[in-house]
Structures are given as C-alpha cells and as structure tokens.
Design a protein around this ligand. Structure first.
Ligand code: GLN
Length: 545
C-alpha cells in the first residue's frame, strides 16, 4: 500500500546523437535527488533484441556490468551505483529482447487467447509493467525512479519504449512524471555560433510521438548564453528556466552533479514534481572533485589486456582505479598495453617504467601468453601487480609453470589437453552448453585468511564480491600451490573455491577471482584498489628518491 504517496518517475531521452552522456545525466540526477533525502531507483531500457548484453562482445557494447543478484547488465548501471548509494539488480535494466520474450511466453501459455498480439497494447503494456515494477520494489518505498531510454529519439527501435512512456505519463498524472530530453548544442566554428536547430528537430520528433519534454539538458563544449536558452525555450515549447546547460567537465565526471546543481536542476525537478525536500547536500562530491583537480601526486598504471582499443570495455575498472587514486590523493594515469605485443619477455622491458601493472578479466586465448609474460615480469621485478578474474587465473598459471615447474600448465579454456589444468571447469560447469547467463555470476561470500594482506585491507574476514566466470583454480592443485609459496588468502566458505591469492615475498602481488571494480564508489573506494594504488605510489616515491 502506498497510502497518499506516489512513486514519481523521470523519463530521460536522448536526441541528435548517441554518446551524449545520458547515463551520467541520469546518475547525476539520482545523486542530486538522493542528497535531498529522497529514496531513488534507476532503470535503463535498452532497445536491442539480445536478452542481455552478456553475449555481446565488449567491442560492440562496452563492459557488461554485473549486479549482486547476478544480472548481466548495461554499463550505465555501473554509473548508477557509483553516483548513488543504491544497489542495482536484474529489474533495473531490460531490453526489447526481454520484453518480447515475456510477451511470447505469455502468448504460448494462452494468456491472450482469442486476441491478436500487437505492439500496442501488448508490448507497451509489458514495458509499462516492467517500469512500474522498479517503483514498487522495497514495498513501494521508492520516491523517485529515473528511467533512461537507450538509443536516440527518431530510431525505429526505441519507438515502443517512447509510446509506453507517453501512455504511462497520462496514467501517472502531471505531478508524478517528468520528461527530460538530453540534446546536443554544437558549436560551428565557421559561423562562430552555437546551433539550436538539431535540438529543435529532435524535440519536434518527440512531440510527434506525443511527448512534450519539460526539461532540456543541452550538451555543449562552452557556456550557453541566456539568449540561446531563451530561443530553445521558445522553439521547443518549454518553460523559462527549463533549458539546462550540461557542459563538458574538465577533470572528472564526478563534477556533473555539482554542475547540474549550479544550474538549479534539482530545484526545478522538485518544484515540477511537487516534492518537498531539503536542499542538496553535496560535500562529498565537492571533496572528490577537489581531489581530482588538485592531486598531491600521480601514478602510472599499465592495464595489460585484449580490449585495449575500447576504453568502454573496462569502464568500472578504470573508475575503480581512479577511486583508489582519490583514497591516496594521487592522479592515476592509465596506459593500455595490448598483450598480443608482449609475446616475449624482452617485450616487457617498457613495463619497468610504470608504477603498477594490472591484468583484468577476459575471455578467449588471444593475448594470453603476453599477459603471463607481464605477470612474470611484475613478479620478478617487484612491480605492484593486481590480477582480476582471468588475471588471477593467469597469475596461478605463471606460478605453476615457473615456480612449481609444471611445464605446460594452463587453463583448460586455452589448452583442453594441457598436462596440468591448474585452472579448469568444475563438474557443474561442464554440463552447461547454453551461452547466455550460464556463468558463475553475482555476489558470493568469501572467507579471508586471518593476518593476510587481503584481510588487512578489507579490515574484516567475511566479504561478498561479484563474479562472472566459468573456470576456477583446480582444487587438485591447491596443496602444491600453497606449498610453493602462493598464499591462498580467500576461499569460498566451504573451502573449495580459491577466491584470492597473494605473495608475501613481494611489495604488492594479489589476484582475485571476483570483480572488485563493480563495487567501488568514488565516495567509498574499494579496499583492494586503495591498497594497489597505495603500493604504486610507494614505488613511485621509492624510485624518485
Ligand atoms: N575466461 C575466464 C573464465 O571464464 C575468466 C573470465 C573473466 O575474466 N571474467 O573463467
């Protein structure tokens, strides 16, 4: 029962071009409204037909963000979590594929018996249900749901989402829903002018479908003069004060909430939705932005990976490293190294210049040997090293080959006939043939070894971290690994699975089977990233004196 309270909804659409930063806008609005004391949630609707992004290449889609409940979701959910205190789950992201899957399953079960199943109303009804589901979570205690519509207005694909929003806005009532359109206001050098026409056209497109946006967020690389804002108001039929500048930020994306607050966007939203709340409290954000702008030092971290061409494929990782920098008051500069270029140990020499090396998660054989070379180099040269998921598996392989003398040791993912499958599928994964949503995913508990570096960093011995992988350290090799100096500092509570390994004979050398980057927030940097960047800063300092 909601009593007199209503969950309110903000719908965020994008116009003109993609990559406008709608996800950052939605997250920043979340941060602002949360800081005014509201309970918020967020939702991303994606217009593609894949049921989830889990089966797409990171080149196509960027990172797959994993939630506690094991959903494989759009990377915008990572922004949602980093900018707010909320925890996302499987209901906070859905795709056209999921909508149709539900509609077709119902049709086969005879739920629409006798009727023709159509986009309107059956598909749009399903979309509306999936939107409202988010507001009904937590016993209906959510005050505000921020809904981001993927794609660009004008695309065929997002039409059913927009139609569902049009209907839902009428059902919710004027004071319970708000439409915000994010557009581009480009600068034309030849004319020395900012141009409003693309915004006008994109708003026209939205109005054709029956949605009049009430707020227009303008992406721009320079300040918008008042006269230009007035012009957009006039041509796009929005109230004075409802054209908001969202200018490119200088140092960190965490400036955006502050920038939008300066434009009084949160007041506007509260006023328009008739929300009584305190004013925004943004001290934490100010502190972070200050740290980002004026770091006390800097460190250089090499990320040795396969998807080095696309920054988006390691989004959460990049952010978690930045957060580790905040914790140590240093700027973290990242160098992406394509592991395919490191096939011999001589090729690793340039890595001696960096302050720390990280091998992230990944799939498939390409570039694996280069990553193993980089790990060996980090171990032998005492360079701080962090291996995440695949990175930890390769750390174990490197140890088995070079310190245990197990020649040809490998993961059965890369060499099914290896004489020493130190990383292997467990029996429960062997039976799985389907590709979608079949890995070990989501939060699992882990017990840390008392006195280990991991336990010291976490400050506790029971943790839960998010996973996304099929292969595991082979339990049959665990005794040998331990006997040869690798400390297995984290295990599943039943002791069967290795979750964390470290070397006590090295300044900082740690691998984890889970993905700690998914749980790092700028205001609460993850302890492993805090420790890793701290070690990088110490190496930097040690080298400069
Ligand atoms: N390919 C490895 C596995 O499936 C590692 C996956 C990862 O790094 N996310 O176990």
């Amino acid at each position: 029962m909601q009593g007199f309270r209503h969950t309110k909804y903000i719908f965020i659409t994008g116009g003109v071009i993609s990559s406008l930063g709608k996800g950052i806008a939605a997250s920043s609005i979340g941060a602002l409204m949360e800081s005014r004391g509201l309970r918020i949630s967020l939702l991303k609707m994606d217009p593609y037909i894949n049921v989830d992004p889990g089966t797409m290449s990171p080149f196509q889609h960027g990172e797959v963000f994993v939630t506690d409940d094991g959903a494989e979701t759009d990377l915008d959910l990572g922004h949602y979590e980093r900018f707010t205190t909320v925890s996302m789950g499987r209901h906070n992201n859905f795709t056209t594929g999921q909508v149709y899957d539900r509609v077709i399953t119902k049709e086969r079960a005879g739920e629409y018996l006798g009727r023709t199943v159509q986009v309107i109303p059956h598909v749009t009804d399903e979309i509306k249900r999936m939107i409202r589901r988010v507001g009904e979570e937590e016993g209906g205690a959510v005050d505000l749901v921020i809904v981001e519509v993927g794609g660009t207005v004008g695309d065929i694909e997002s039409l059913p989402f927009l139609e569902a929003i049009r209907q839902l806005r009428l059902e919710l009532g004027h004071q319970n829903s708000l439409s915000i359109h994010v557009t581009l206001v480009p600068y034309m050098r030849a004319a020395d002018e900012l141009k409003t026409k693309p915004t006008q056209h994109s708003v026209q497109k939205l109005r054709e479908i029956g949605i009049q946006p009430e707020v227009i967020l303008c992406r721009t690389d320079r300040p918008l003069p008042q006269s230009l804002k007035d012009k957009i108001c006039l041509f796009c039929n929005v109230e004075p004060g409802a054209v908001i500048e969202m200018r490119d930020v200088e140092s960190t994306i965490y400036e955006v909430p502050l920038a939008l607050q300066r434009e009084r966007l949160d007041d506007l939203i509260a006023h328009r939705l008739n929300i009584w709340s305190r004013s925004a409290e943004l001290r934490d954000w100010q502190r972070i932005v200050e740290l980002g702008r004026h770091p006390a030092g800097e460190v250089e971290v090499a990320i040795v990976g396969k998807y080095v061409d696309l920054k988006e494929s390691y989004k959460s990782l990049n952010e978690a490293l930045v957060h580790g920098g905040f914790a140590n008051e240093v700027r973290v500069n990242l160098t992406f190294v394509d592991s395919a270029t490191l096939e011999s140990s001589a090729c690793c020499a340039p890595l001696a210049q960096v302050d720390a090396i990280l091998v992230p998660g990944g799939f498939g054989e390409r570039g694996v040997e280069g990553k193993i070379q980089a790990i060996r180099f980090a171990r032998e040269q005492a360079i701080p090293f962090f291996g995440i998921c695949l990175g930890m598996q390769l750390l174990v392989i490197e140890h088995a080959r070079h310190l245990l003398g197990l020649e040809g040791a490998n993961s059965s993912e890369f060499d099914p006939h290896t004489p020493h499958p130190v990383v292997d599928l467990l029996p429960e994964q062997r039976a799985v043939t389907a590709k979608g949503a079949t890995m070990r995913r989501g939060a699992y508990p882990c017990r840390l070894l008392p006195g280990s570096q991991a336990a010291r960093l976490y400050g506790q011995e029971e943790i839960a971290e998010r996973h996304r992988h099929r292969f595991e350290v082979n339990p049959e090799y665990v005794d040998q690994l331990e006997a040869s100096g690798l400390v297995l500092s984290g295990r599943s509570p039943d002791g069967r699975l290795v979750e964390l390994v470290e070397r006590p004979d090295h300044p900082w050398f740690l691998g984890c089977q889970f993905h700690p980057e998914f749980k790092s927030r700028p205001t609460r940097p993850h302890p492993l990233f805090t420790g890793f960047i701290g070690a990088a800063a110490r190496r930097r300092q040690g080298r400069s004196c």
